[in-house]
Design a protein around this ligand. Structure first.
Ligand SMILES: *Cc1c(COP(=O)(O)O)cnc(C)c1O
Length: 420
């Protein structure tokens, strides 16, 4: 529960401390003292949250414009998700897949139906789901397509973000993600994102899959040219290659549709899902595909101790039920139109470019106004939490439950900050 009664319009500059004050706070310095510094967090120390607002250890409220990188699409402390999680916590939390539990069918049946596919393979984190898609694609390549042993190739796109395992960072072109973590797994071919001709030219008889994000979130909400996803679909069908769409950040309502691929009426062979699938409560990921693909796996060939556990399935099944109504998707689309209008109005006023799809935006800040980090710090001092990506871009991904007035207020803060 939130403890503060501050309304967003009252959350003026004066009520929030400066970045320097927060950096010097005991709560922050203690949090930094005994951890690897693999993140550079804004120095707010959050204690509780509800809906689109987080409250720090001193009771100050902040509007959350990141939503856990879209893991919190349904907002913090969503009552329906909390109820399901609490109920399941008291009943059964883990069996391992050595035994069957009573939450598994609801989740797999529901998610398969949401995706229009036969079957679900549940994992925990997004990176594990991507690894699963890679393994399934390779096995499919050898057993169904007839690719010679160990010759399978997977085509990926420049600017990708698919997670942090050693295999995945091997085909990242972000030096921070990639450098000094080799040697890397072979079998990946990188083509420029959005360039269909380059992708088609890279397909060989040994290509088993194309793995792309339908919109690149970490890359800065990069939307490919219209027709790109349809073109990938057609090329994959023509060349007998699997289309694996990494919808971990783009999917599950964020873009105003259930999946980002829906904007081009495209159905991939493999949906790769995570983040919001766990309702911001537990890590839940999955790949979803038809049986001619997932059927290549036999007992013992893949798995995860926690994958598909009862708590994860109970929460995941509720997420699927919430998405099945279409309400969250509609809300994302409606609020997204407001966001688009407001952000496009900032171009030329401290902003050099914006990309918006649903309730998801990449805002390129005029470097003369400061780095993305500096803009996010200035927003924090006004009670708004957002995250920069790749230097000068700010990614906005509010919880889909955000109140329209609160969101408008947050955008006002951004407008004032970038105006300098
Ligand atoms: C976040 C993300 C991942 C990795 O998910 P984790 O849960 O952090 O392992 C993979 N792909 C995309 C597109 C993502 O946004």
């Amino acid at each position: 529960m939130t403890t503060s009664v501050t309304t967003p319009s009252q959350a003026s500059h004066a009520t929030h401390p400066s970045v320097h004050e927060l950096e010097g706070s005991a709560a922050f310095t203690r949090s930094e003292a005994h951890t690897a510094h693999n993140y550079h967090p804004l120095p707010v120390v959050v204690a509780n949250a509800e809906g689109a607002f987080m409250t720090d250890v001193d009771g100050r409220r902040y509007l959350d414009l990141l939503a856990g990188y879209s893991a919190l699409n349904f907002g913090h402390s969503h009552p329906g998700l909390l109820r399901v999680a609490h109920e399941q916590l008291d009943k059964l939390t883990l069996t391992s897949r050595a035994f069957v539990h009573d939450q598994f069918a609801d989740f797999t049946e529901g998610l398969a139906a949401l995706c229009g596919k036969d079957s679900v393979l549940p994992m925990n984190t997004g990176a594990e789901a991507v690894e699963t898609a890679i393994k399934v694609s390779r096995k499919w390549g050898y057993q169904v397509k007839g690719v010679p042993t160990d010759q399978a190739e997977i085509i990926v796109a420049s600017g990708n973000f698919h997670g942090r395992t050693t295999t995945i960072v091997g085909f990242s072109d972000d030096p921070a993600a990639h450098d000094d973590f080799g040697p890397f797994a072979p079998g990946f071919v990188t083509v420029p994102y959005g360039d269909l001709a380059a992708l088609e030219a890279a397909i060989t008889p040994n290509t088993v899959a194309v793995l792309v994000e339908p919109i690149q979130g970490e890359g800065g909400v990069v939307i490919p040219p219209e027709g790109y996803l349809r073109g990938i679909r057609a090329a994959c069908t023509r060349e007998n290659v699997l289309f694996a769409a990494d919808e971990i950040q783009a999917g599950l309502g964020r873009t105003g549709r259930t999946f980002a691929c829906d904007h081009e009426d495209v159905v991939p062979d493999i949906y790769v899902l995570g983040k919001a699938l766990g309702g911001g409560i537990v890590p839940v990921s999955a790949i979803v595909a038809d049986n001619d693909v997932l059927g290549v796996l036999r007992p013992g060939q893949h798995g995860s101790t926690f994958g598909g556990n009862p708590l994860a399935c109970a929460v995941g099944a509720e997420v699927v039920r919430m998405l099945a109504t279409g309400d969250f998707q509609r809300r994302a689309a409606e609020l997204g139109e407001m966001v688009r209008e407001r952000l496009e109005g900032l171009v030329g006023h401290g902003v050099v470019g914006v990309r918006v799809r649903g309730l998801w935006a990449g805002v390129d800040i005029d470097p003369a106004r400061g780095s993305g980090r500096e803009i996010c710090e200035a927003l924090m001092e006004r009670g708004v939490l957002a995250k920069d990506t790749h230097g000068s871009t700010i990614r906005l991904a509010p919880p889909l439950v955000v109140d329209a007035d609160d969101l408008a207020w947050g955008l006002d803060q951004l407008a004032e900050v970038v105006a300098g």
